[in-house]
Design a protein around this ligand. Structure first.
Ligand SMILES: [Zn+2]
Length: 444
């Protein structure tokens, strides 16, 4: 670095010959000039920047050197802005703003925060502000609301109390900062969201929301997503097709809906998909409820228009129940090589663990009835009253390893198997909309 300064001084030889050289910003442009007696030279800053171009070590030395100059903040801000403006390495720019984080100077930090905000690194900006004071936080909250997802948060009661540097609601704290924690990606519309153990991240604006209470992560994500819902990949089918859930809302009860356990029952997937669209358009029906929809459990079967999965296993006989059996490989009801041998089955099992549903609706066809397993008789009757289908306690033949046995009988989660009428005969979505909403609300 010293070499560079010497180069500059040589370029300014008449002055260099003088005995006392000061550096002062005499023209107020933010750059100091070399000043000696009556004489002053042009600001060396832009020239030095040019000499440093593409040389991060030289730039780093310049920054460290400049930090000791009088009115260093102005100079550094100027350096940062120019290095950013000329498309220099973002590393160079960051180097200067790092100094801002350590500086006591609130204006310097604010300048750095503005920079991070302008380049879509809101988390960095928030961290710079959070070490300031709550006045800056409340100003930043106005900026944050420009993001539709953050606006939804503020609308659902999160706020910055006087004197605080975090968002708070009902004793839960939300710290805003740069993305530092592990998070798995989910989708909200065309944007992505990250869900971690204690964090939700917004990668497109470089913001991490860290919760003081880890069990609030899903609720926070649902609030950010609003009526669009969250699309989450649960796992992959045998052939590697994604199995996705779309989930909406939060509240005291969770209801899970499954379609297309069987690939030759496409209308079951269509009804779940229609229900997802309905929930997007009518978010008010979700009050105090979380709805988790899996339109297609068996994407490989659906693609082939066959009941079973790619391995020729009937997923509805593959669950790890006490009556699971492996007979009939050549039939349409093969239970597989072992309980939960199929990835699709394991996806369903994991989903129940993750979302802990209060009740489950699994849609099939063509028997046109409301079948139930576990403590679900009253729910079955309530749904039957809406769709006019008959209530059936048993489907009429043994179903070892079935999902109803697993979730309803053994886990005692109220489980409805909604059997639609044969393909194409009736308006299955229109006829079942109210029954599905009834399931969402539940019966007393
Ligand atoms: Zn079926």
């Amino acid at each position: 670095m010293r070499r560079l300064i010497i180069v500059v001084l040589l370029l300014l030889q008449p002055l260099a010959a003088q005995e006392v050289i000061e550096m002062k910003d005499t023209d107020g442009d933010g750059w100091p000039e070399f000043v000696s007696g009556e004489h002053s030279a042009v600001s060396p800053g832009p020239l030095v920047l040019k000499l440093c171009e593409g040389r991060e070590d030289a730039f780093a030395s310049l920054v460290l050197y400049a930090a000791d100059w009088p009115n260093s903040r102005q100079i550094l801000v100027r350096l940062a802005r120019e290095s950013y403006a000329v498309g220099d390495s973002p590393e160079n720019t960051r180097l200067i703003w790092k100094l801002a984080r350590e500086a006591e100077d609130i204006d310097f930090r604010l300048e750095a925060a503005r920079y991070y905000y302008s380049v879509g690194q809101w988390g960095e900006a928030m961290e710079l502000m959070a070490v300031g004071d709550s006045m800056w936080m409340s100003r930043m909250s106005e900026i944050l609301k420009k993001d539709i997802r953050m606006a939804r948060l503020f609308a659902s009661g999160w706020e910055v109390p006087v004197g605080a540097t975090t968002l708070q609601r009902d004793g839960v704290e939300l710290r805003l900062g740069p993305m530092t924690k592990e998070a798995r990606e989910v989708r909200v519309g065309s944007a992505s969201l990250g869900l971690g153990e204690t964090v939700v991240t917004l990668p497109d604006i470089g913001l991490q929301l860290q919760l003081s209470s880890p069990e609030e992560v899903d609720t926070l994500a649902a609030e950010l997503a609003g009526s669009q819902g969250i699309v989450e990949q649960l796992g992959l089918s045998v052939e590697g097709r994604p199995i996705e859930a779309v989930w909406f809302g939060s509240g005291s009860q969770t209801v899970v809906y499954f379609g297309a356990f069987h690939g030759d029952e496409p209308e079951s997937a269509e009804v779940v998909q229609e229900f997802a669209d309905y929930l997007r358009a009518n978010p008010e029906v979700l009050e105090d409820r979380r709805a988790v929809l899996v339109p297609v459990v068996n994407p490989d079967g659906l693609r082939r228009k066959q009941r079973k999965n790619f391995n020729q296993v009937d997923l509805n006989r593959n669950f790890p129940t006490s009556n699971w059996k492996s007979e009939g490989k050549e039939t349409n009801y093969w239970g597989g090589t072992g309980p939960a041998s199929e990835p699709e089955t394991r996806v369903v099992i994991d989903l129940l663990k993750r979302f802990q549903p209060d009740r489950i609706i699994s849609i099939h066809c063509p028997y046109k009835c409301v079948n139930y397993d576990g403590p679900a008789e009253r729910l079955a009757q309530a749904m039957s009253a809406e769709n006019g289908y008959s209530v059936e306690a048993s489907i009429g033949y043994p179903t070892p390893g079935s999902f109803g046995n697993y979730a309803g009988v053994e886990k005692q989660i109220p489980t409805i198997t909604l059997e639609l009428p044969p393909t194409g005969e009736e308006d299955v979505w229109g006829d079942n909309r109210e029954a599905l909403l009834k399931a969402l609300r539940g019966v007393e």
